[in-house]
Design a protein around this ligand. Structure first.
Ligand code: SF4
Ligand code: SF4
Length: 106
């Protein structure tokens, strides 16, 4: 005898978030073919990449950084590669071109 399949009435309605915060479980970083890499020496800590990233995949940390010119910065931006999809918006918006998009296999 054939196994009974669930009917359409047993499917959850679409477009409804039944579990708040569940998107954290979906690590979209595997979609990426190119990855953004921040050159911490070029970065002027303007925060634009953090602001524009559609996936909130750029994190602002309070980690200190001293660049090659001796400038001391009291925050550092890092990429959360678990969620970065490699769209390149951060690299396009960075005013000092401190973000390079490099092939994922490198
Ligand atoms: S490449 Fe796209 S998803 Fe990844 S950090 Fe930059 S803006 Fe965000
Ligand atoms: S947009 Fe560029 S300069 Fe500004 S914080 Fe991001 S990496 Fe640094």
């Amino acid at each position: 005898m054939a196994e009974a399949k669930p009917g359409w009435k047993s499917l959850p309605p679409g477009g409804i978030i039944v579990e708040p915060g569940s998107s954290l479980k979906y690590k979209t970083g595997t979609w990426r073919v190119v990855r953004p890499v921040i050159n911490q020496d070029k970065c002027v800590r303007c925060r634009l990449c953090w602001l524009y990233c559609p996936d909130a995949a750029i994190l602002e940390t309070d980690e200190e950084y001293v660049d090659s010119k001796g400038r001391r910065w009291n925050r550092t931006y890092i990429i959360n590669y678990d969620y970065c999809k490699g769209c390149g918006i951060c690299a396009a918006e960075c005013p000092v071109k401190a973000i390079d998009m490099v092939p994922e296999h490198q």
